[in-house]
Design a protein around this ligand. Structure first.
Ligand SMILES: C[S@@+](CC[C@H](N)C(=O)[O-])C[C@H]1O[C@@H](n2cnc3c(N)ncnc32)[C@H](O)[C@@H]1O
Length: 373
């Protein structure tokens, strides 16, 4: 769900303080770093300013953490290389997560604004990156509205943007968040615990045709129709409210063969639907040209062919100086031309990285550079 921002005014007092008035919860609190003020989420979800690790406030110990127990950052060196961080540059990390990529940028002396829609991620990253307080600010929000958020805090331009899509290992592994079927938990799947729609809502309220569409389109699930039918039959007997129940229904239609659990694609599809992931990506990309300064770069890491196609198509559309159509006598200047492709093809993790971090195996990095008007 898009965060509501509005009614903003600079706060009084020294420094660059701003109020983010209409974030969910409406509470005013200091957004640590860069002298900004933002809003804490209302209770629950591991939010607030405390030094949390994941969702449990008692588990954070900065002396013990490298951040890898939260999430192992993918293509870390490659991202850093592409973004060329240095003192004086300002970056937006639209998917802050455990703060691993942001930390690399901060270490190089750059400033970073970190966004995440999950308050538990923000708490972890704030605690981990506390030593960079002067150069780092973390804000809860959806990257689909990053332009609005930056406007709110008075930012005018960026030297780089990073979107490392999907969920973190911590979100995936916490049964309470309902992203996986490894251990039973509520069928939730919201990255933002304050968002309106859960996976349970979708599974128990959408009609058979819509469920089949979600599984086929977002999960490329071949048995989408049969699974949708089985879900509708099962929910007539009892509400499907746990990950275990849903995995069981899928497994009855598609018995387990090999290593991959038969419900993997269904869970992925539901997660994409619950968090409206594809439309958030499209909305964020459309804002990028306005925010990047000439020479600034956008790096996107995707883990799904649909996401990668959106990024690839967008970069391609914006990197052609001219466009042509059969009915035109000659090519015309492309009004969307604003990027140079830094790499023609997407970059995948090395076999060594995949061996150390199997979750990186489907990652694809694409990068484009803003050209001068
Ligand atoms: C793969 S993790 C990022 C990991 C991070 N780069 C690191 O090095 O630790 C993705 C994070 O992005 C957040 N996220 C995903 N989609 C988002 C969106 N539309 N807006 C804001 N945050 C989002 C998730 O909550 C998650 O914490």
């Amino acid at each position: 769900m898009t965060q509501q921002l509005g009614g903003l005014a600079p706060a009084s007092g020294p420094g660059r303080f701003f109020h983010l008035a209409h974030l969910p919860g409406g509470q005013q609190t200091t957004v640590k770093g860069l002298g900004w003020r933002g809003c804490a989420p209302e209770g629950g979800g591991g939010g607030g300013e405390g030094p949390l690790m994941g969702d449990d406030p008692t588990r954070f110990d900065r002396s013990r953490t490298s951040g890898e127990e939260y999430h192992k950052s993918v293509l870390l060196e490659e991202v850093t290389h592409c973004l060329e961080p240095q003192e004086g540059k300002l970056y937006l990390d639209g998917t802050l997560g455990g703060g691993g990529h942001a930390e690399q940028l901060l270490r190089a002396g750059a400033k970073v604004i970190g966004l995440d829609q999950d308050p538990a991620a923000l708490s972890f990253a704030r605690a981990r990156l506390g030593e960079y307080e002067e150069n780092f600010g973390a804000i809860q929000g959806n990257f689909r509205s990053f332009g609005e958020i930056l406007d709110t805090i008075g930012i005018r331009g960026l030297d780089g943007i990073l979107l490392d899509l999907g969920v973190s290992s911590r979100q995936l592994e916490n049964p309470e968040r309902g992203f996986a079927f490894g251990s039973d938990g509520p069928l939730d799947m919201r990255m933002n615990p304050e968002a309106d729609i859960t996976a349970e809502d979708i599974v128990n309220s959408q009609d058979e045709e819509e469920l089949a569409r979600i599984f086929y389109q977002y999960g490329e699930e071949k048995a989408s129709r049969r699974i949708a039918k089985a879900i509708v039959e099962a929910r007539e007997k009892e509400t499907i409210c746990t990950t275990g129940q849903l995995a069981g229904v899928v497994e009855r239609v598609r018995p387990r063969k090999g290593r991959i659990h038969p419900a993997t694609r269904v869970f992925q599809a539901l997660r994409i639907a619950v968090n409206d992931e594809l439309r958030s990506l499209e909305a964020a990309l459309s804002e990028v040209p306005r925010w990047l300064r000439p020479g600034g770069r956008i790096v996107v890491i995707s883990f799904h062919s649909l996401e990668d196609r959106i990024v690839k198509t967008f970069f391609k559309r914006c990197s052609k100086p001219y466009i042509d159509r059969p009915e035109w006598p000659e090519p015309r200047p492309n009004p969307d031309y604003c990027f140079k492709l830094v790499m023609q093809k997407g970059l995948s993790p090395s076999p060594e990285e995949i061996k150390l971090n199997p979750r990186a195996r489907s990652a694809r990095l694409r990068v484009a550079e803003r050209i001068a008007e």
